[in-house]
Design a protein around this ligand. Structure first.
Ligand code: CDP
Length: 237
């Protein structure tokens, strides 16, 4: 008689970090992966955008000091399900497309470089961690927020493709005045600032897998990433 075989469950819910340059489609991929796997999705960039928007709305300077700290203490951020997607709320309100405006695009990198802003956001990002599986996109997710993430993807795509995507997004939001060159300049400036700040800069994690999606569509990039996630044991929780 053969010995009784005991099966152990080896599959698990992963933490998946998607990092990379501005407007590469990180959010699209991280969102698609989360919905394919039944994981939670968190857009860390939206959190830095929300802080920036709050400072602009309240005419507060983007500099360290008591008024920045007071603002950070007051800001409550959450992600709530809406129309089959997740949207960010700030103190219970939805800033929506205002987060993607050119005004926010121009301020978000200096705001994100402030030490107290990063400390406050990273603490909140880690609190979103769940045993049920998480995808989070940003700049420092694989290097700083979740260095232990089971899958790290580092994305890039050709600058003119990134700028065209962002221009289309701005037009959709009713900002018709920007040119492709202006958008491209903003992306380049943000990438430079994000890569050169002192604390948790934009950097490829040593154990990240590279993805250049310049010549891929949304379905192709999802299929590519799902293969990787499944190979690392991902399952629906
Ligand atoms: O969508 P896009 O790639 O243009 O940007 P985003 O992911 O919404 O991030 C906006 C900005 O937030 C970035 O340019 C960074 O300055 C900052 N950010 C960051 O510092 N760290 C993160 N983990 C995510 C975003």
């Amino acid at each position: 008689m053969g010995a009784k075989v005991r099966y152990y469950c080896r599959v698990k819910a992963l933490t998946i970090a998607v990092d990379g340059y501005a407007s590469c489609g990180k959010s699209t991929l991280a969102k698609d992966l989360a919905s394919a796997l039944g994981y939670r999705y968190i857009d860390s960039g939206a959190m830095y955008r929300a802080v920036t928007w709050y400072l602009l709305e309240h005419r507060l300077a983007a500099e360290e000091g008591p008024s920045l700290q007071a603002a950070l203490d007051k800001i409550v951020l959450d992600f709530v399900a809406k129309d089959g997607s997740t949207v960010l709320t700030l103190n219970g309100q939805e800033p929506g497309l205002a987060l993607r405006s050119m005004e926010v695009n121009s301020m978000v990198s200096p705001v994100s470089a402030l030490h107290s802003v990063r400390i406050a956001m990273v603490e909140r990002q880690r609190a979103f961690s769940t045993r049920a599986g998480l995808t989070m996109d940003g700049r420092d997710i694989g290097t700083y927020v979740f260095p232990e993430a089971e899958l790290k993807i580092f994305m890039q795509s050709r600058p003119e493709i990134r700028a065209a995507r962002r221009l289309a997004e701005l037009r959709k939001a009713g900002e018709l005045q920007w040119t492709l060159d202006e958008v491209l300049t903003n992306l380049r400036e943000r990438d430079t600032m994000d890569s050169n700040r002192d604390f948790a800069p934009l950097r490829r994690a040593d154990d990240a897998v590279d993805l250049d999606n310049s010549d891929m569509n949304q379905e192709e990039q999802l299929a590519w990433a799902l293969d990787l996630a499944l190979a690392r044991g991902a399952v629906r929780p």
